[in-house]
Design a protein around this ligand. Structure first.
Ligand code: AMP
Length: 216
């Protein structure tokens, strides 16, 4: 199954994609995580991407498309994958359609005021990228990742001014993709306001309905 998760930044795509990946046994591929790893490793891609990311702007399409083309060729993608944070522009969606056919795009819907609260409390593991929230999804030990023991930090681009820019970029460049997938009859919508477990349950329900809808 090949799924695109759509929705505004901070809406829970990373958390839900990770849960869905475990439930379906297919990889979770997050462009933001791949880029942050490239920045941490100091690769040429990372060096080029860093300033855009710090400002909350999009990294140029050609860099992202080349990165994803490589990633989706890897063996673990043969049975399917969940895309989180890609495509984010019309150009990326066009490029992707030239090399892969998706089964569904699932929109995680959430109002902007809920998003702003979520950003303020979001923490990520500096080692393994696991995502927490100080009140909504706290780790067992404050500041320490349950999965790997790494230190939890606030993301550099979760500052309020950067967040506002990221939301504006989402509305301008990524939200129009929703209509594109709707027109292609690939869109499904999930109300993502109800906490992690409930959203996961709703998402699984939508995904289990997909099998029957797919063309042979
Ligand atoms: P995310 O973790 O998905 O919120 O992504 C963090 C940052 O990485 C974004 O604000 C962008 O700067 C960059 N980024 C991630 N995915 C993409 C993409 N598909 N196209 C362009 N930039 C991206």
């Amino acid at each position: 199954m090949r799924i695109v998760l759509l929705g505004p930044p901070g809406g829970g795509k990373g958390t839900q994609a990770a849960l869905l990946s475990e439930a379906l046994g297919i990889p979770h591929i997050a462009t933001g995580d791949l880029l942050r790893q490239a920045v941490a490793a100091g690769t040429p891609l990372g060096r080029e991407a860093e300033a855009y990311m710090d400002a909350g702007d999009l990294v140029p399409d050609d860099l992202i498309v080349a990165m994803m083309r490589e990633r989706l060729r890897e063996a673990d993608c043969r049975k399917g994958f969940i895309l989180d944070g890609f495509p984010r522009t019309r150009q990326q969606a066009d490029a992707m359609e030239a090399f892969v056919r998706m089964d569904a795009a699932i929109l995680l819907e959430i109002p902007e005021e809920v998003l702003l609260q979520r950003f303020a409390g979001r923490r990520v593991c500096s080692e393994c990228e696991a995502v927490y929230h100080v009140t909504g999804n706290p780790p067992e030990v404050e500041g320490v990742c349950d999965a790997c023991g790494g230190t939890l930090i606030a993301r550099e681009d979760d500052r309020e001014d950067v967040v506002r820019n990221r939301l504006r970029v989402y509305q301008e460049q990524t939200a129009p993709l929703v209509q594109r997938y709707r027109d292609a009859s690939l869109l499904r919508e999930v109300d993502a306001r109800h906490g992690i477990a409930e959203t996961h349950r709703r998402l699984l329900e939508v995904v289990s309905g997909l099998g029957s809808m797919r063309k042979p």
